[in-house]
Write a protein of this length. Structure first.
Lengths: 211, 54
């Protein structure tokens, strides 16, 4: 982005958050591909790719959960009834718009479910690090784990399609650029965000309004 | 269309195996349908907002 041509730049995403996002994105694409392509008839040795990528996703999710819970403003991602009222009134958002928060909430929850169940399912895989133990749970409990894993994976497939689609829309392209470079212009931010509630300078943002 | 994959053993006992993969095209289709509907809504909104040609 040329700052002189398009206005002053503000930081939307820290480098560590961008690394997390793209690691998660690549992991989710590899996991959905290695899970669903064999079902569609493309035969390959998908298990090693799936469990190794799953472990990478688990580590990334654990890191993000700890960081966002204890070291960032977790509440800026929470959704309250007033956010719906503000959205319906056309009021500009703080750092995240209501649709962005909803996508984060549903996709984040699905990824948490698929990750937790995936970690449990690692007990059924022989790896250089551990031996499989298929009797860890009763058969009926395994069934519930598989249902939760499959249902959340299907939801992630749908939401990933929507997430990629919205990121490619011309009017939302600034968000995609910000997820790559970390920055967007003040003019781009002002289209959907209230500068009084989100300035791009964390220390300057009002604590109570930045939600 | 099945929602769950369920197997039955030699004694007739049913075992839950997971979600049915019949739902895979459904999950994909819901995503594509939403995208198409959003594109149509977006085009209609753009047309309403654009000033009439004089």
């Amino acid at each position: 982005v040329n700052a002189d041509a398009t206005g002053s730049l503000i930081t939307r995403h820290a480098p560590i958050d961008r690394v997390f996002h793209w690691v998660t994105a690549v992991a989710v694409l590899l996991l959905t591909g290695s899970a669903f392509l064999p079902i569609l008839g493309l035969k390959f040795s998908w298990v090693p790719l799936h469990w190794i990528t799953g472990v990478v996703l688990t580590l990334a999710v654990a890191f993000h959960t700890v960081r966002s819970t204890f070291f960032r403003r977790l509440r800026c991602m929470l959704i309250w009834p007033r956010h719906l009222r503000e959205f319906m009134q056309g009021r500009k958002a703080a750092k995240y718009t209501l649709p962005q928060k909803l996508m984060h909430a549903v996709l984040g929850f699905s990824v948490l479910v698929v990750t937790v169940t995936g970690v449990i399912m690692l007990a059924k895989v022989d790896t250089p690090l551990w031996k499989r133990d298929p009797y860890l749970l009763e058969q009926s409990t395994w069934g519930i784990v598989y249902v939760l894993h499959g249902a959340s994976a299907l939801l992630i497939l749908t939401l990933s399609l929507l997430h990629i689609y919205f990121s490619l829309l011309p009017e939302k392209r600034a968000y995609l650029r910000a997820m790559i470079s970390g920055q967007m212009t003040r003019e781009e931010a002002a289209e959907f965000h209230d500068p009084q509630r989100w300035s791009g300078q964390r220390k300057d943002d009002p604590h109570e309004n930045n939600r | 269309m099945e929602i769950f994959r369920i197997t039955r053993n030699a004694w007739g006992q049913e075992t839950l195996e997971g979600m049915s993969w019949d739902l895979l095209p459904v999950a994909f289709g819901v995503g594509v349908a939403f995208i198409v509907l959003h594109l149509v809504w977006r085009a209609l909104r753009k047309r309403r907002r654009s000033p009439p040609a004089s």
